[in-house]
Design a protein around this ligand. Structure first.
Ligand SMILES: Cc1cc2nc3c(=O)[nH]c(=O)nc-3n(C[C@H](O)[C@H](O)[C@H](O)COP(=O)(O)OP(=O)(O)OC[C@H]3O[C@@H](n4cnc5c(N)ncnc54)[C@H](O)[C@@H]3O)c2cc1C
Length: 456
């Protein structure tokens, strides 16, 4: 498959897709995205809805190094987009950590990364979207113009208002290496206070650190990592793509040096730390998997998905009833220590990823993804299983309630248990209905609540 496509190739693929979409609209009551990869973790009911093959939209279309913009197919995985940009000494302003996350998935799902304290959420770095709507046509959406409402309404719509086929986004310059400083802390209040101060100071300085994130290994064992650009020098960069494990290094080293590409994918080799569940911290298994090219998030997602579908481990008696807690939530920094204490007490999953994010714009414009522009949010990512029954979702429900109590926001890429009334209280029903009425009045795509909570 060609890694890049010209605009003409994109237009041809679009014409073919529109013809296929209109045919399906006549014969089916709904469609689903036909993608080869996914990072979704919500249960989906089996459906007879046909899949729309969007594989022709996984290529970079054009990079403009002067204007520092990229135009790319909506299903382009970030690893492909980032590689194309790096050739020009650039990168997308926000690059989510897993290689197979696609640009469309990140825009519609509120993507973030360690550069989000500076550049905001992925959707804030997007300047243009070309969206396939239920009418069987595409509309070009920008922050002004006739489809301004869809441009701002797309984030957090999860494919229920249409599919992004083409995305134009901002790029930023890179240097060859990233120097990391890992600062350890033993007190969450101090940790979050210092983290906020660092984020605000660095953000105010155009030459300040481009990357800030953290990990909580336990409530009294936290690490903040601040990354700065570095020119090549005699020091040998670290390599966490094979036998060495990145998350361990955070507690073993005070500083580190990575090539820029290795920095972007530092969490992919071990799916943060979730590869442990597959035995990948065992040196022998790791060696074998590494030699086979299987140390990556795409392999783990497929393995987990296959196990869930087949129920193999359960049937062999090797997996007890489990409630999966695969969640990312955003909490205002002032309540972050409270949330961490709650999480450790009531859920107990460790470690926890900590990613500071702050809206770039000074006004709130994204109706389905409302954040306070003055507030620094902490994204907590926690992924694991606890004893229980997933369908009851007892702990997940407690998390949902706590997030709401603390003025936070929960991502919808994973299981949700909200009642309909609660859901629409949190996710702006009136704005969503107005968008749905305009772009999908007959409900060809599922409704957001039905899709994200009921798994339809
Ligand atoms: C362990 C773990 C770590 C994660 N870490 C991060 C992280 O660091 N940063 C981050 O930003 N996110 C992270 N995520 C979340 C991830 O970004 C979301 O799940 C994202 O929506 C996945 O996008 P995808 O491209 O894989 O799309 P899919 O999984 O295929 O789809 C996700 C949803 O988006 C919709 N969608 C996909 N493409 C399009 C499109 N082109 N147009 C319209 N709708 C579309 C689909 O219909 C679906 O509802 C993480 C998830 C997990 C499980």
């Amino acid at each position: 498959m060609e890694p890049t496509a010209s605009k003409a190739a994109f237009e041809r693929a679009k014409a073919d897709l529109l013809a296929e979409f209109r045919r399906l609209r006549r014969t089916a009551s709904s469609v689903r995205l036909g993608k080869r990869t996914s990072n979704l973790f919500r249960e989906r009911r089996p459906t007879a809805a046909p899949r729309l093959d969007v594989s022709a939209f996984d290529r970079v279309i054009h990079i403009d190094p002067e204007a520092r913009t990229a135009e790319t197919g909506g299903m382009t995985p970030y690893v492909r987009l980032a590689d194309a940009c790096l050739e020009h000494g650039l990168m997308p302003a926000v690059v989510p950590e897993l290689k197979t996350i696609t640009i469309g998935g990140a825009v519609t799902g509120g993507g973030i990364e360690s550069s989000s304290f500076r550049h905001g959420f992925v959707h804030e770095t997007v300047t243009e979207l070309e969206i396939l709507t239920a009418a069987g046509e595409t509309v070009v959406c920008k922050e002004d113009g006739p489809h301004r409402d869809l441009f701002f309404g797309f984030p957090n719509s999860y494919g229920t208002l249409g599919y992004a086929l083409r995305v134009k986004l901002e790029l930023v310059p890179v240097r060859p290496r990233v120097r990391l400083e890992h600062r350890r802390s033993h007190d969450p209040d101090t940790f979050f206070g210092e983290l906020e101060q660092t984020c605000r100071t660095e953000r105010a300085d155009p030459q300040g650190a481009p990357f800030i994130e953290g990990v909580s290994f336990a409530p009294d064992d936290l690490v903040a990592s601040v990354g700065r650009w570095k020119e090549p020098g005699p020091a040998q960069p670290s390599d966490y793509r094979f036998m060495r494990i990145y998350h361990r290094s955070l507690r073993q080293r005070e500083t580190d040096l990575l090539r820029v590409r290795d920095y972007l994918w530092r969490w992919d080799t071990d799916w943060f730390w979730c590869s442990r569940a597959f035995g990948m911290e065992n040196p022998v298994l790791r060696l074998l998997a590494g030699c086979g090219g299987w140390l990556n998030s795409a392999t783990y997602w497929k393995l987990r998905h296959w196990n869930e579908r087949s129920g193999l481990l359960r049937r062999l008696g090797l997996q007890r009833p489990t409630e999966w807690i695969i969640q990312d939530v955003e909490i205002p920094v002032g309540r972050a220590a409270d949330f961490l204490a709650f999480l450790d007490r009531e859920v107990g999953i460790r470690p926890v990823w900590i990613c500071p994010a702050m809206a770039r714009r000074k006004t709130t414009l994204y109706p389905l993804f409302m954040t306070d522009p003055e507030v620094l949010y902490i994204n907590f990512g926690f992924w694991g299983g606890v004893p229980g029954h997933h369908e009851r979702g007892e702990r997940n429900r407690r998390i949902e309630a706590k997030v709401a109590e603390l003025g936070g926001k929960k991502s919808l890429y994973s299981s949700s248990y909200f009642s309909k009334e609660e859901f629409w209280r949190h996710y702006n029903e009136s704005a969503y209905r107005a968008l749905k009425d305009r772009y999908d009045p007959n409900g060809f795509f599922p409704d957001l609540y039905e899709k994200c909570v009921l798994g339809r």
